[in-house]
Design a protein around this ligand. Sequence first.
Ligand code: HSE
Length: 438
Amino acid sequence: MQPIRIGILGVGTVGGGVVKLLQNNADEVARRLGRKVVITRAADRNTDHAQRLCDSTVAVTDNINDVVNADDVDIVVELIGGSTISKEAVIRAIQNGKHVVTANKKLLAEHGNELFRLAELQNVMLMFEAAVAGGIPIIKALREGLAANHIQSIAGIINGTSNFILSEMRAHGSAFADVLKEAQDLGYAEADPTFDIEGHDAAHKLSIMSALAFGTPINFNQCYMEGISRLESQDIRYAEELGYRIKLLGITRKTENGIELRVHPTLIPTGRLLANVEGVMNAVLVQADMVQETLYYGPGAGAAATASAVVADIIDISRLLDAASDNRVPYLAFQPYQMQAIPVLDMGDITSGYYLRVCAKDEPGVLGEIANILANEQISIEALIQKGVISHETAEIVILTHTTQEKQIQAAIANIEALPRVFPSVIMIRMESLHGGK
Ligand code: HSE
């Protein structure tokens, strides 16, 4: 059989990983596929560097068109990142009838609906296993392995940089800014770490998973995002004392009224496996009606792990090249004509447990006033501790609530902050038991 011919766009960390994998594991890949996979072309701004990584048979260029327009390329692998040049390149590749593999979650989160429509029109495959949770085959699991289920919810640690920072803050009691610097020195966090620490990267990945789970268009624009940059180390410590760990979770859940789609720091019980995912590792917990809970754990980034996912997609496409398009796995798991526009819930309408930290005068009756406000909003208290006097006459009170609607906790917080003996501001962190999809 003729080899499958690959054109790579971007020979950086992940692109270099793909080149290396296809060199080192060439025989194993060919044993599985029944034919060889060869890179014929590669485009990168730094052609010297790219040529050094690639075999001498690879035509290296700094012009993307030399790859996407080439007759000797069957599959274009987009590893440029961002959503401008990459979008143009992917569109051109699709229009030229090339199948595409991308690791680009930003591109798919922002423009996936349009790109999948175009791919369908052009009858080409567009695969993206590497876009979510790096080396974990979570796209395959959601799209194929769990295809017999109604998926109910997904909760994931899907940003390794944030998870590393939270793990270090907990282990050493360090402040956020200090650990961020450490993460940058270690090369985990970008020089501009906003995307990782403010939840954008996790939101990109979550909105892709949500679409796959529920058969809806990708709803990234409606995803709630709250990062970890404002977390204080004492909240991590208090949570630990109460039997919880704080993780940056991406959560999507199908309810009767719509879909929850949110990324934020979350308290989860220490005994849950997800709470024990440390450092840069990723994990995704999926709740579905038949299988109940399944958990997927592994490296969410890194050249080799991400290349593993990219090449798996190349193998999948190669196997289906001659299959009728009706027999392909749908891009977003459901037949395109079966996609449903389910509304994304406003944050006020989601339900969650809540951790509140209130700073107040240490005087008789203050606790009673706070408890009254919660009771008036029908909010039930799960635990309440006074963390002692932090300065003369000032106490910190930590409250955990049972599940309630977010608009009720917001109303309660506003009323608590209005109490004359409470100091601004009340700290609020959401809390999930992760049992039964809740
Ligand atoms: N920057 C991401 C992370 C990896 O920290 O997990 C790539 O998605």
